[in-house]
Ligand binder design. Sequence first.
Ligand SMILES: [Zn+2]
Length: 426
Amino acid sequence: MPDVFADLVGQDEAVATLRRAAAAASAVLRHTAGERALALTPAGPGAAAGDGEPGDADGTPGGDPGAGMTHAWIFTGPPGSGRSVAARAFAAALQCAYGTGCGECPGCHTTMAGTHADVRLVVPEGLSIGVGEMRALVLRAASTPSGGRWQVVIIEDADRLTEAAGNALLKAIEEPPPRTVFLLCAPSTHPDDVSVTIRSRCRVVPLRQPPAAAVAEVLVRRDGIAPDVAQWAAAAAQGHVGRARRLARDPEARKRREAVLAVPRRLTGVGAAFDAASALIEAAEAEAEASVAEADAAERAALETALGAGGTGRGAAGAIRGAAGQLKDLEKRQKSRATRAQRDALDRALVDLAGFYRDALVMALRAPVEPVHTDTAALANAGAQKWDAEGALRRLEAVLACRAAIEANVKPRIAVESMMLTLWRG
Ligand SMILES: [Zn+2]
C-alpha cells in the first residue's frame, strides 16, 4: 500500500503542512506519555474574536504554520479538489505507528479502510447534520483513544451543520478534550459555509486545483477513461477532478460548457450582451434546479413519512400542526442549498469563460503554454489578434471581477451584465 497521501493529487504544500503537523503530534504524544493533558498549539488567526491567544498563522506562508499541531482543522477547496481525501489521509498520519502516514502499519491501514476505532467519519445522509448527532459525536470523541494516540472526528460537509449542531461543535473545539482532533471539510471559509466563530478556532488547509496532467492520469487510472478524452477533459476542467470526470462522461455537462464558450462570439452589441447575461443566469438556474430537485423531493417525502403526514388516525392532525415548523425548516434549508447550487453552477460557467480569455491572453503574449480549451483555441486566437494582450487581459479581469463580486454577495444578474458589457466593449 502506498503512502496515505498518494491520492491527494497536486497538493504538495498541503501535504507538507499535514506531515509536519503529524510529526508534531507524535512528538507531543512522546513527551506527554502517561502524563497530564497535552498542550497543543492553539489555532486561530490574530483576528479571532475573543481569542486571547496569539495562535499562529493559518496556512499562510511565513511564520511556519505547520510546525505545530492543533485540535481543529478545516480543509477547504472546491468540490472534487480532495477535501475528504486530505482529511482521511491526515487522520491516518495521526494514527500512524511508524511515521507520518506510512500506509503500511495497522494505524494507517485501518484508518484508510474506515475501520479504525478512534476515527469517526460523519457523512450527513440528509440535508444537514443535526444537533443530536453532533452532541453524541462530541461526547464519544471526548473518550480516551483506545489506540493510545488520537480521537479523530472527520466531518465531511461541515457547511451542512445546523446552527445548533455548529454550537455543539464549537463548544468542543473551544475546550477540546486533550486527545481529540476535529477535521472539518467545507467548500470555503465563507460565513455561509462555516461560522466565523468555528473558523476562528481552526487552522485552515486550502487545497488547490491539481495540475491537468495529474487529473488526466487519475481519470485514466481510476475511472478507465480513454487517455485522449481524459487529457481534453482535465485541461478543460482546469484541473478540477470531479468536473473533469463529468465532462468526460456526461454529454449534458459538455453541452452546457459549449453554450458558455459560445458567449464571446455572440457579443455583437449592447442588446446581445444583455441577452448573453440572461442566458448565462438562466442556464445556471436550470442546472442548479436539476441538481437539487431529486434530493429535495426525497427529503420532503422522508420527513413527511417520519412525521406521519398522510396518517388518518386521531392525533395525526396535531402531529401535522407540530410538523409544520419542521417542514418550514426543511424548506428554508433546501432554499439555501438551491442558492448555493446556483452560485456553484454560475461559478463553473465563469471559470470556463475565464479560461477562454486566459487562452486569448497567452496567445497574444505568444507564451509557450497549452490552451485550457483546445476546442475554442482558434476563436481565442482570433480574439488575441483583435484585442491584443491588453484587451484580452481586461476581459479576463472582467470575468474574475464578476466572480469576486458574486462571492461578495452582489446580485448575480447585475455582476454578470456588467461583465458582459466589458467583454463586448473591452
Ligand atoms: Zn503508518
